[in-house]
Design a protein around this ligand. Sequence first.
Ligand SMILES: Cc1ncc(COP(=O)(O)O)c(C=O)c1O
Length: 1012
Amino acid sequence: MPANSSDSTIQTVEMLVQKRFGFTSQVRQLDGERDWNFLVHDRTSNRQYVLKLFAPSEDPAFVAAEIAVQQRLLSFGLPVPEVVPTIRQEFIFESGIDGQKRQGRLVTLMPGSVLAKRQVIESDFWGNFGGIIGNVSTALSGFDHTAIHREFLWDLAKSEAVVRENLSRETDAGFRDLLQQVIAGHAEAMNRITGPLRQSVVHGDMNDWNVFTSPVDPAGNLPQSVTGIIDFGDMVWSDSINDLAVAIAYAVLDRPDPLDIACRMVASCHRQWPLTPDERQLLWHRVRLRLATSVVMAAKQLVDDSNNDYLGISQMAIRRTLPGLLNIPAVFTHAAFCQACGQALPGPIDNARRWLDSNTGRFHPPVRGLKSMTPLLVDWSVTTGLFDGDPAELQTPLENATVQLLESAPGSPGVGGWGEPRLVYQAAQFGTGDGSPPRTVHLGVDVFAPAGTEIVAPLDGTIHSLDVIDLPLDYGGVVLTRHESSSGEPVLVLYGHLDPASIAELKPGQKISGGQTIARLGDRDVNGGWIPHLHLQILADDFGLGTGFPGVCQATWKDLWLQYCPNPAPILGLNPKTVAHVPVSTETLAGSRRKLIGRSVRTSYRDPVQLVRGWMQYVYDENGRRYLDAYNNVPHVGHCHPRIIEAATRQMKLLNSNTRYVSRLQTEFAERLTATMPDGLEVCFILNSASEANELALRLARTATGGRDMIVNEHAYHGNTTSLIDISPYKHNGRGGEGPPDWVHAVPIPDTWRGEYRNNDPDAGRKYASHVSLALQSIESRGGKLAGFIAETCPSVGGQIIPPADYLPNVYKLIRAAGGICIADEVQTGYGRMGDCFYAFERSGVVPDVVVLGKPIGNGHPLAAVVTSHAIADAFDNGMEYFSTFGGNHVSCAVGIAVLDVVQSEGLQQHAQSVGEVMRSLFHSQPGSHPLVGDIRGNGLFWGIELVRDSSSLEPATAEASWIKNQLRHRGILIGTDGHHDNVLKIRPPMPFDKMNVGQLVEALGEVLASL
Ligand SMILES: Cc1ncc(COP(=O)(O)O)c(C=O)c1O
């Protein structure tokens, strides 16, 4: 930064640009420590450039080298700035500015924005980045320049010494210890490499401020990619792998699943510039080393410049990220990199399998006595039937059920769990700390047996290590035994949940013989707090972790972990299939679904979700990942609400039959339902789906009026039957639709934000209603006769619309005057969702003639209802019997009563109102300020956020809405999109959704929006 960054400096630079490059410009100062950088805007061509004035001390040869490297990379088609020649056709010029001579050069400005500023990065971007690094390395491998052979403090090849020398500058003892681990790991890895590393010129600083990226293209047409690499001031002759290492180090800062990012970068870098085995082995150490270097260098700089707040802040991300990188064993990352490069996995994997195969039948089962008994499979998977209820509190019920199961087959030990995703791992140590899903997949086999059961060595060997890990849900006592394969390679066996007292005498290195008792199973108070059982795991390689080797891994990485931890069934004398969890991947299911289910039945989200379990406002996928459900209104009182399940199962055990028999349940449900309605709505029809209910409503209207014509809202949806498609413009005017039949007349949806009459028009409600008059005239002119008007009271499919309060009163008046019936489709809005009322029609002070209820009233059980007046119901009783086989059956009615009970006794309407108030204020204060957000509307737990690209033209941001929905899905939050342009984010969660959930949703939404 110039000492004097005043207007006069800017003017001087503008004159300099005119003199050297011949154009008039507008100049703005940019950041820069040693060098001065200016953004130069060519007033004539509108192009933008960056002018660099090097520090006076800068070596001219190095400046020339920088230009030569840039030219070389450009010749390889790489995105680096072009150097602009002066009028005299020179790339470098010299100028006296601020009383000092400085060299300067002008380069083109890179498009896009720096990686550090992009909050959301598409996962495919990392592949593109890795490929670019591979190409840079290829280009630089054939290049040299004397000025680049220099001593440079930031040269990663020398960083181990730099960190070691400056270690004491780190004042936090815990963090100093981490830095120590980084250099120790690096030193050890350097000892293992087999020959000299490849060397070349390296850029040296591809950090996230030096890499430009294109924005996200929500439509997915333009993949996000690297648009520029800048700042060649750290170039040095060094180990070629260092560019990839530096790039990964900064790419993973504060991002979930750093190893996934690294693997994507490695895979595509390798395709362009194949990595050597030594480079793969060293890479993760270099990644960590770079961050450690940054930490100590910042500490060093802070000594000289203690007021530099920026230095402190830029270090925060490193300090947050580095501990997580140390938690991923470097040997495992090496394996992941080998897999990413399509190379054989390192380590003695095959060896462990061979050891198992060659000793099958010779093992002493580690749980004494197991061999002779028939084992009982204990399923602790996410879908286990051993417990129901809240997965956040499953341990006690799951273990109690396990005890009961074991007691049902006395003497048979329970076994199971290899590769099984589970919900039981709910302690902090199973979280990843980086926002990626927690560790859920079990890497060993569990054998359930009483505390005190003797654990024996399966074969001759030695004690490798032992420990007592006294953390809740950890191992308690744990032992590793070491055995040797026929080729002399070690294979380790891990035994967890032991009684610490029983292993107190063991010593690492101690010889043991097959069949010898080495420990006893621990009880709950000493085994990590579990029901007594043995965790038995085989390790083809312990990655140097000993007893700290994980027993559970993240689902994303399970295939790799399970290769190192083969199925221990042969040791137990069991068939491996008995204890192996057989997953069915979402991809496989999606493939079969495409073959077996009609293709017009679509899935939500670009990457479909396989949901297997639910509880209240949460759902869980097959790997135990929890999603916050901000979308599904059908499980109204909460997924798997116990009172609903209890009512349904109780009745299923008694009787389920149809409406041709008199039933207390049926009349009670009808009585309870009509009690929620205004006077005059006194008769019910109980059905299975809202489509069936709307179909009946249509027939009621026609029979009662003798008319046939219907007036509907534009973009409405009322169900899937032939007649309902006819009255649903959303379908018949959409893809594959054939337009409306002549008896259907659509009137504008009362959308006061986008529609013809808007919020600023106090008469908007009446004006929208006046379109009904036009429709009535059209019916009359074609000689038709009105049957009625149907509308969602607050159109949800139409985009979560809240009509003006006087809209429906005016419409109903017109319809009734014309002899028609008013039907309120309350399928989405009924049962308290709107917060301030039980049914949305109450907001307008109207009483419909027919109310249609569906989705929420059965909480997932197929249940719907039509409620109407005696007059209309009687008119329908014209001699023809109305019969629906499943409608109003005993079980459905029991469920219907239970749902009403829960809604009323848990005060869910009031809850929706108070949570909705928090939504209103947080939505408006946070996402509301983003330029894409056009309108935020709703009440209670019924909200729409309409996205537009332009606030005056209201161009719908459809692709952006879809992109946001998919991004939130990846962050574990489910929402939908809807509206005529599908540009409205639809938030309509199960009613237990609470204020904390609002905070989670708003935070994630804010982050995702910020990247657009
Ligand atoms: C407003 C409205 N009415 C009726 C239906 C039809 O409901 P079902 O799919 O239960 O037949 C739906 C379904 O989405 C709806 O949203």
